[in-house]
Design a protein. Sequence first.
Length: 120
Amino acid sequence: MHRVEDRERAAHPEDLNRLVLKRLNTADVDGLVALYEPGAVLALPGGRVAVGHHEIRAAYAQLVAGRPEFLPGTVNPAVRNGELAITSVRIGGGDFTVEVARRQADGTWLWVIDQPSLLS
């Protein structure tokens, strides 16, 4: 397994959706967590929310434990406003994911808020 520092980073907000799919399908929990700011929030089933890297790591560890296959959706163009962007993916059946990303000091992008239909 690669160190988190060696993993590909999101140069554009839309890259986050591609990277999350790749890391979900390889059960790369640390790589998934690396796509989020330290205080990010991730919506979970039942109206629960994972806050911060520790809780997000636990949620993803549970999600990928059975090694399910995640299929790609249709990535929509990001809507940007300065250092913020809304990203979204249309998933089969008409469901969507919606995320808020923020540009980091090094120019890469991380999610701050994630409402993934795939976790519902």
